[in-house]
Design a protein around this ligand. Structure first.
Ligand SMILES: *[C@@H]1O[C@H](CO)[C@@H](O)[C@H](O)[C@H]1NC(C)=O
Ligand SMILES: *[C@@H]1O[C@H](CO)[C@@H](O)[C@H](O)[C@H]1NC(C)=O
Ligand SMILES: *[C@@H]1O[C@H](CO)[C@@H](O)[C@H](O)[C@H]1NC(C)=O
Ligand SMILES: *[C@@H]1O[C@H](CO)[C@@H](O)[C@H](O)[C@H]1NC(C)=O
Ligand SMILES: *[C@@H]1O[C@H](CO)[C@@H](O)[C@H](O)[C@H]1NC(C)=O
Ligand SMILES: *[C@@H]1O[C@H](CO)[C@@H](O)[C@H](O)[C@H]1NC(C)=O
Ligand SMILES: *[C@@H]1O[C@H](CO)[C@@H](O)[C@H](O)[C@H]1NC(C)=O
Ligand SMILES: *[C@@H]1O[C@H](CO)[C@@H](O)[C@H](O)[C@H]1NC(C)=O
Length: 537
């Protein structure tokens, strides 16, 4: 783990070094935030990415795909390849979002959503009150500044539908006021309430915490952020009972696929389960981004696979028709699933998928193998932005997952994980030093990505027959995670990363990944709760 991590950090430094941001406007800063997000996601990503490129180029791997990455490890030469140039250099305020996106965003919206959060201060319980107001305000602003009324109208209609489902929070003490409530349990609506129980693990009892998420060990002085629990309005979410879970999952397989935040989440689960039994490391890729664990006395297998887009991607040369310039560009095949998790899903009982920030990157989008558009800065000849392709990709992933031969289990789609930079951006001293939940308004990009997910999830499920519909679940953590700006490493990263990552502007903070232990533990509580009928059947 150490080696790969160190290398990838270096890569990340290059990325960040590339980004000479000219912070001339608020919006530019928000653009820069995207860059940061990508960079953080890349921290530990790049090595596997190389392996992954090898993988997808190599056709169908043999039966024992567990050893596949060992058989064909990434050539060392790939480790330094210029993949990193893919990170969009978002120095131009208008170029990253498509017209469409801009219509939604308005000019100052994203940053206004991000500026000074409301006061924090201790409160007996924290729900997402201010978020909704912020959201509504944003929509108002968006409507006002929208340059193309017809377009915006269209967008707004969509948004309204989505908002109903997708907005966090509520303006009242009870989040249920948004939705006609019949007293049914809705795991995503509720509040964080104080909880005196210590976390189920800590840095001395779990060895699966990656150095840069090991906040306590990295010197984070406060621990109040550990003493909260998510309380849905009409039900309780118990903590994962490791023994009961392992017993129920005997002879079964659970697969996670996604980016570094998916790994963050699975490490939380590993920490909880390892309190009962330390799993055997059956396989890990050199970079540690693909991992298979076996809880031997339960014959329960837990796999994580690196697929930051979930759809198939390939980094290869592309010649831009408008400039004739040839460069390596990520080709995103919107209608093809990433093979690595499709293969892993065979025989799985539960498949958790998630994807987000990687979609911000410069890309060529393809359908049926043919380019249909692109996303670059400045805008490319057929600029699509990233939000629409992302939605298309998600829809294909959701549908596609249900028709993988040999997979008859449940697909869980985990919603977008928000970041929380305040007082600046990733490269301008942004930080997340809150110590209690609450207070940080929803960022525009979070809303954009989250809305796209909810919209696609709804439309896909509506088309499904009842059997298929029951196999598809949404793990909606965006709202409850949004209120936990206190849960990130911030500056409490490991020294090595901090030094490697340092720039003339100073130390960079991580307000994207989550401390372990921390509020991300709750995601697994919700995962298990929402799969109760599947797991404990
Ligand atoms: C940014 O946009 C301005 C005008 O809008 C343009 O002159 C400039 O070349 C662009 N910068 C980049 C890096 O594309
Ligand atoms: C953005 O907001 C700032 C401060 O809130 C304001 O000075 C500026 O004029 C706004 N820009 C636009 C394009 O609305
Ligand atoms: C939301 O905004 C409305 C009007 O702007 C205000 O009256 C209300 O108090 C706000 N609610 C919260 C929870 O801040
Ligand atoms: C919120 O709802 C719960 C039950 O639905 C109720 O017991 C409680 O009094 C409500 N609180 C407020 C502030 O309305
Ligand atoms: C970690 O948890 C163990 C067992 O609950 C406890 O004994 C230990 O003091 C904790 N360590 C820290 C650093 O909190
Ligand atoms: C162990 O679990 C796997 C599924 O993950 C299953 O295919 C296999 O048959 C199980 N082995 C035994 C000995 O039951
Ligand atoms: C690109 O190359 C083609 C063929 O070589 C040429 O016809 C075209 O003018 C070039 N376009 C640009 C923008 O240089
Ligand atoms: C967070 O950092 C900012 C800027 O350094 C500071 O003004 C604020 O008081 C800090 N808040 C906490 C809770 O430490």
């Amino acid at each position: 783990m150490g080696r790969g991590q160190q290398r990838s950090v270096n890569i990340c430094v290059e990325v960040q070094g590339n980004g000479k941001a000219h912070m001339e406007s608020e919006l530019m800063r928000s653009m820069a935030r995207q860059r940061r997000v990508v960079c953080v996601a890349l921290f530990t990503a790049l090595i596997t990415f190389s392996a992954y490129v090898v993988y997808i180029n190599s056709g169908i791997p043999p039966e024992e795909d567990t050893s596949f990455f060992d058989v064909q490890p990434a050539p060392a030469s790939l480790l330094d390849d210029p993949l990193m140039e893919d990170v969009p250099s978002l120095t131009n305020s208008t170029s990253t979002l498509t017209d469409d996106d801009q219509t939604q965003s308005g000019k100052n919206v994203s940053t206004s959503a991000y500026s000074e959060g409301s006061s924090e201060g201790p409160s007996p319980a924290v729900n997402s009150d201010n978020l909704l107001n912020e959201t509504f305000q944003n929509n108002l602003i968006q409507a006002e500044v929208s340059p193309t009324p017809s377009q915006s109208l269209e967008e707004e209609e969509t948004d309204d539908q989505v908002l109903e489902e997708a907005t966090p929070a509520s303006t009242s003490q009870n989040t249920s006021s948004l939705q006609p409530s019949n007293g049914e349990c809705d795991l995503k609506r509720g509040e964080w309430i104080p909880d005196s129980r210590p976390p189920m693990y800590n840095s001395s009892t779990c060895r699966y915490i990656q150095a840069f998420q090991n906040c306590a060990k990295n010197g984070r002085p406060d621990d109040g952020y550990l003493y909260w629990k998510w309380k849905p309005d009409h039900c309780e979410v118990p903590r994962v009972d490791a023994r009961a879970f392992l017993t129920a999952m005997r002879n079964r397989l659970m697969v996670f696929a996604g980016d570094s935040i998916a790994r963050n989440q699975i490490q939380s689960l590993l920490c909880v389960l390892a309190q009962v039994e330390d799993p055997k490391d059956m396989y890990h890729s050199e970079d540690d981004r693909n991992h298979i664990y076996l809880f031997q006395s339960y014959n329960f297998t837990l796999r994580i696979h690196w697929a930051p887009y979930l759809v198939r991607v390939e980094d290869k040369p592309y010649t831009w028709p408008d400039s004739n310039k040839t460069e390596i560009v990520t080709h995103v095949y919107l209608d093809e699933l990433a093979e690595v998790w499709v293969k892993a899903a065979v025989g799985a009982d539960v498949l958790q998928l998630s994807a987000g920030q990687w979609w911000y990157k410069k890309a060529i989008y393809l359908e049926k193998g043919e380019p249909i558009g692109c996303h670059t800065d400045p805008p490319c000849f057929n600029e699509l932005g990233f939000a629409k392709p992302y939605g298309t990709g998600i829809a294909n992933v959701l549908k596609g997952s249900l028709s993988i031969p040999g997979f008859s289990g449940t697909t869980v789609y985990r919603s977008f994980a928000p970041d929380h930079f305040e007082g600046g951006d990733w490269d301008t001293g942004g930080y997340c030093n809150r110590t209690t939940p609450g207070g940080v308004p929803l960022a525009y990009l979070t809303e954009l990505m989250y809305s796209a997910q909810i919209k696609q999830f709804k439309s896909v499920t509506e088309e499904l027959d009842i059997v298929a519909r029951n196999r598809l679940k949404l793990l909606d953590i965006t709202n409850l995670a949004q209120i936990r700006a206190d849960g990130h490493p911030n500056s409490y990263r490991n020294q090595q990363d901090k030094i490697a990552d340092k720039t003339p502007e100073g130390i960079r903070n991580d307000c994207l990944h989550w401390c372990l232990p921390g509020p991300i533990d709750t995601w697994n509580d919700l995962l298990v709760e929402s799969l109760r009928d599947v797991i404990f059947r």
